[in-house]
Design a binder for this molecule. Structure first.
Ligand code: KG4
Ligand code: ZN
Length: 340
């Protein structure tokens, strides 16, 4: 039996500083995430400068903790991995710089992973069923995007959002409803108390034969419903049944569009497998409707366990596929804001 290769992976694309240790046979030995939510909460969103500085402070303790939990010494690491795109460039630079230094000091290869493809690959990490070819669907705070994935690294972009990402819409609607930051999980909790059929919010492009999304219209519709046509912020909606009904109806409309477009893509490309990643797939209503519709159409569904949905470094296990191909980065590696 040969010794496993130990990978140390770093994630710093937005407001989570994360490190993970995994082996070349996809065993996750540790997956440590330091969230910056509290730092950004009082601004109602992520402040890039604050995020970069927090990554700088958090990276070394998070790396130490990931090695400790994996019970691995730094010298045993055989490959360093980092998400270098997409995201906030200042934040990404922190992880990229740390990864370069580690690979240089340890004299081991460096691998760059696209965070978006990592979100799709996260579905495969604990699941041994063959997942490719499939439709990959990333629904996060920064992206709502469909891909045709021939294999983990051969991927074609099919379409995405024309404006806000779905997670961003959850966050903004949560802010309108006074539910605080981060919005997605808070809005889900509020929605559980409400009636999803109380309001008929717009389902943009739902009936159209196009693999695109738009969530700015529903955001405005919620604003007017909650605060009247003149959207006076001072007339904040209270915490009564109306708020829960708006939250539930908003969630229902967004989830219906997401599921319907994903099924449309699967049918169009006749792949019969769907892998959905990104923070929004932590949402229970979204998961339930996906499971129901995939069962109905006989589509094999792959979704990650909750701890692999939101940003983390274990999802960079996609690097194992690059390692097998000898697809290494060098010290000129840069951070990129966009994914294509
Ligand atoms: O993938 P992720 O952690 O970061 C990005 O790459 O963007 O996704 C974060 C997004 C946020 O917009 C957050 O509000 C949303 O995922 N989110 C949720 C839930 N948990 C996280 N949205 C709806 N329901 C949830 N339970
Ligand atoms: Zn993400």
């Amino acid at each position: 039996m040969t010794n496993p290769v130990y990978f140390l992976a770093l994630e710093s694309s937005c407001d989570e500083t994360a490190a993970a240790v995994f082996t070349d046979d996809r065993r996750i030995l540790s997956n440590v995430v330091a969230s910056q939510t509290e730092l950004h909460a009082r601004f109602g969103g992520v402040v890039p400068e604050i995020a970069s500085r927090a990554h700088l402070r958090n990276l070394l303790p998070v790396i130490d903790e990931s090695l400790r939990q994996a019970n691995i010494r730094l010298e045993q690491i055989g490959c360093v991995v980092v998400h270098n795109m997409p995201g906030l460039v200042g934040s990404l630079m922190m992880g990229v710089s740390a990864a370069k230094i580690l690979s240089l000091a340890l004299n081991v290869p460096l691998i760059a992973v696209n965070h978006i493809l990592g979100h799709i690959y996260a579905c495969q990490i604990p699941d041994s069923r063959p997942m490719y070819p499939c439709i990959g669907f990333v629904v996060s705070g920064g992206h709502t995007a469909l891909f045709h994935c021939q294999d983990p690294l051969t991927v074609q972009f099919l379409g995405g959002t024309r404006d806000d990402a779905a997670g961003e819409a959850f966050d903004k609607v949560a802010a309108i409803l006074g539910l605080g930051f981060p919005g997605g999980p808070n809005l889900e909790k509020e929605a559980q108390k409400g009636d999803p059929n109380a309001y008929q919010f717009p389902r943009t492009f739902l009936k159209e034969d196009r693999l695109e999304f738009s969530f700015s219209g529903i955001k405005t519709a919620v604003l007017y419903t909650a605060q009247g046509q003149d959207a006076k912020i001072s007339e904040k909606i209270g915490s009564g049944p109306t708020r829960a009904n708006i939250a539930a109806s908003f969630q229902r409309a967004v989830v219906e569009v997401l599921v319907s477009k994903a099924i449309q893509a699967v049918k169009k490309f006749r792949v019969n497998r769907l892998a959905v990643g990104g923070g929004v797939i932590a949402n229970q209503a979204f998961r339930q409707l996906l499971i129901q519709e995939c069962n109905k159409y006989g589509i094999e569904l792959f979704i990650p366990p909750r701890d692999l949905c939101t940003d983390n470094a274990a999802m960079a296990a996609l690097a194992i596929e690059k390692y097998k191909q000898g697809d290494f980065a060098n010290l000129s590696l840069d951070a990129e804001a966009n994914f294509i």
